[in-house]
Design a protein around this ligand. Structure first.
Ligand code: OGA
Ligand code: NI
Length: 393
């Protein structure tokens, strides 16, 4: 399906900022693209990082230039690429849980078991209305469909607030190879701040989605805490579990050589719980911690994907697993996703809960200031399960 022309794996090339093997394959797009694109193409060399990262075109802007081959800046080392040759084990995926009977002990047990074995599960009949999910997906396409100059207003350089951030890849400044993804990240402070600072094309839809998922998030945390012998979520625990929230809107454009790059590299989330809405395209893979194989998370219409993050792994002293996952790039369709990261408050100190250690179990993690933990995560490129070592006892 994809071209097999070998592209040399970067040695030091990623430090070079120009691409000379640049070809235009879809000239019709150029008539729609801003004149800047034409002058860049005429010069027959393009400063990829500058165009994508600094100029705010994102990888979406790059994809729309009609590249025939993947720029070397995006070529991942072989061990990080997706093995497209082996069919994925679609039959053995993460549990699908019906929340309509979430007060049944069997459902609670299924949730706690899934959080222990997989760290991931999908939920249906979760109470978030279908139109809310559809609206946030549409709004995501609308945001990324804005002209680069418009999106750039929310970039690190131009955004009036740190709580709204449009960007690309994960941490471009720290990455040897970039990831094939653009994002808008919205940290929730208050309704008023969201109403005045979040991009108008998506703010109402995102707010509805965030509010609409609150009940099921609380229910899931209540069930998971019960599984740890925590019978009541008091104020401190409430803050540790869900003291802050961040939502990302992710855009994974069509990629010329999806087999050579990644949408998102191997990582685990730093959240307590992540609630992820994905479209019908697929591409999210989860590590099976027993076989170490990558398992696809199949899109299920109307479902939400739930995963345990590092904060909950730490609080549960390793009982609930924050599992490594990654996203492939796609050669034929533009994919979007919208994860809500339910997090401790930045100023919270998190560590294994006393209820978990009551039985004399040894603490695997020390107490850490959550903002230090998050800073550590964002100081480096994605590196699988390495972040949690920061909190190792
Ligand atoms: C993330 C993530 C998965 C996806 O944003 O942390 O893992 O399917 N996203 O986009
Ligand atoms: Ni993730």
């Amino acid at each position: 399906m994809y071209k097999t022309t070998p592209i040399p794996f970067f040695k030091h090339e990623y430090r070079s900022l120009t691409v000379l093997h640049y070809q235009v394959t879809r000239p019709t797009i150029l008539t729609m693209a801003p004149s800047i694109s034409i002058s860049i193409i005429n010069s027959n060399s393009l400063n990829i990082r500058d165009f994508v990262v600094n100029k705010g075109h994102g990888v979406k802007g790059l994809a729309e230039l009609g590249l025939k081959t993947l720029p070397c800046q995006y070529i991942q080392p072989p061990q990080e690429r997706f093995d497209t040759g082996t069919p994925e084990a679609h039959h053995n995926s993460i549990p699908l849980i019906d929340m309509s009977t979430c007060n049944d002990p069997e459902v609670a047990e299924a949730i706690c078991k899934a959080a222990q074995k997989w760290g991931f599960f999908q939920i249906v009949n979760h109470g978030v209305p279908m139109h809310v999910l559809e609206d946030v997906k549409d709004a995501t396409h609308k945001f990324f469909g804005l002209p680069a100059e418009e999106k750039k207003k929310y970039s690190k350089e131009q955004s009036v607030t740190n709580n709204v951030r449009y960007g690309t890849s994960f941490t471009p400044a720290c990455e040897k190879a970039l990831e094939w993804k653009d994002y808008l990240s919205l940290f929730f402070v208050s309704d008023d701040e969201a109403a005045s600072e979040w991009p108008p094309v998506c703010r109402n839809q995102v707010m509805e989605y965030m509010k609409g998922s609150e009940i099921v998030v609380k229910k899931l945390l209540e069930i998971l805490m019960n599984g740890l012998n925590v019978k009541e979520i008091d104020e401190t625990k409430g803050s540790n579990l869900m003291g802050s929230k961040r939502i990302n809107l992710n855009y994974y454009p069509i990629c010329p050589n999806p087999e050579l790059t990644v949408g998102v590299g191997r990582h685990s989330d730093v959240s307590t719980l992540t609630i992820l809405l994905q479209d019908d395209i697929g591409g999210l893979y989860v590590r099976n911690t027993e076989t170490m194989k990558w398992i696809h998370v199949p899109p299920v219409s109307g479902s939400l994907v739930i995963n345990v993050g590092d904060a909950l792994q730490i609080m549960s002293n390793g009982k609930y697993k924050s599992v490594e996952h990654r996203v492939s790039a796609n050669g034929s369709r533009n994919r979007i996703s919208a994860p809500i990261f339910v997090n401790p408050k930045a100023s919270d100190i998190i560590g294994p809960l006393p209820e978990v250690l009551q039985n004399g179990e040894k603490p695997l993690y020390k107490h850490v200031l959550y903002s230090d933990y998050v800073k550590h995560f964002f100081r480096k490129a994605h590196d699988g399960k390495a972040t949690i070592e920061f909190a190792r006892a």
